[in-house]
Design a protein around this ligand. Sequence first.
Ligand code: FAD
Length: 405
Amino acid sequence: MFDHLTNPVLIETRAAMRRYIEEELRPLEAELGLGSEDPWPREVLQGVWRRSSELGLYASCLPTQLGGKGLNIAEQCALKADLAASGCSLAPHVLGDLGGPPRVGNMLKYATPEQIARYFGPVIRGERSTCFAMTEPHSGSDAMSISTTAVADGDELVIDGTKHYISGAPFADFAIVMCVTTPGSAGTPPSISAVLVDLDLPGVTVSTEYTPMSGQHIDADIRFEQVRVPRANILGGEGNGFKLGMSRINVNRLLHCPTMLGLAMSVYRSSLDYARTRRQFGGPIARFQAIQHMLADMAATLWACESMIAQTAALADTGADLRMRAAACKLFVSERCFEVADKAVQIHGNVGVTRGHPVEQAFRKLRMFRIFTGTSEIQRNTIARAILDTGEEAPAARARDAAAS
Ligand SMILES: Cc1cc2nc3c(=O)[nH]c(=O)nc-3n(C[C@H](O)[C@H](O)[C@H](O)COP(=O)(O)OP(=O)(O)OC[C@H]3O[C@@H](n4cnc5c(N)ncnc54)[C@H](O)[C@@H]3O)c2cc1C
């Protein structure tokens, strides 16, 4: 996947990540007997963040002056696809997707020197972990309807509210919490700010009472009751929280795509092997045209997904407005990769529906991508708005027009 990318730094980083997975993480998983559906002890995760950081993997998405490798978005896609395709249980921790630099993403550039020293520097070094908390029990797709408040009291803010289904919260040290700092009134939306909140403060409760269908123990609710933080903990200026969240979301939508692609690629490879080795009616099932057609559809779909991700990432690296393309990419890749997983289950027969088999696990993981970072319906709304309101066209139409002129 993404073999067209030839930056020597990327090639070296891909090799280093492969070695890390094979020589350190797989043996660690085997030694501890833990898989992706087990709760991992915090100290083990911390060890993975630190080691990934030492190897230059954890912050590879950041510019070199911030301790990263300066990989562009296309190159990050290549790394993420490799990682997901590895099937390694600790994969979400290697590049910091859950609580490391990618979780902060674009928002890092709004941090003050004090916020970098106290919060984001330790995240980059793999010493502390963070999470991004927007969703609430009564506020999902309609993110502007959040009701968590941060009320000013002198030099402090007092926070009250509950955040729901927050990735990385079970092991995060602090959260980037979206709070209403000035309530809306008729015709005026509320003013929303992003506030950095340590999760060991009095009044904070992190509870993990549910498990998503992936079986992973990586999401939790965070409750804030009269939690006091300095006003200086507002990230990017008061009232700019929603803008900050949105500035992060387009790239985030795109960066979920290589993870889905990697997962789908792993079940496709498993299906190829299985079709060649599983024998029924006197020979391998790969000789049945029905199986061949499923494999052909999977191969064609994966190529389409990889091409779309590569093109969207290349566009992102030019700094172009990504809103419509990132939504289209996330919509297409999440729905098509889930179809690939569905075919993989079919090819594997009873093996594919057996709890804990890698194909069955990937099927459940891939289903979830159609919900978070904006549901498929929200992506369609974004695309439709771009097409109808701003007249933005599909990339193919633009290329055709450019060629014709
Ligand atoms: C595994 C997982 C991890 C998550 N991690 C985080 C996290 O780290 N931080 C965070 O803040 N949140 C997180 N979330 C929350 C996630 O962003 C929300 O689940 C998502 O935005 C959808 O909100 P909802 O689940 O409340 O669904 P709802 O918004 O209630 O939607 C329910 C249904 O109605 C549809 N719908 C809603 N509005 C419209 C509309 N305008 N047009 C058409 N259809 C519509 C939806 O598409 C969906 O089908 C996570 C969720 C999951 C499952």
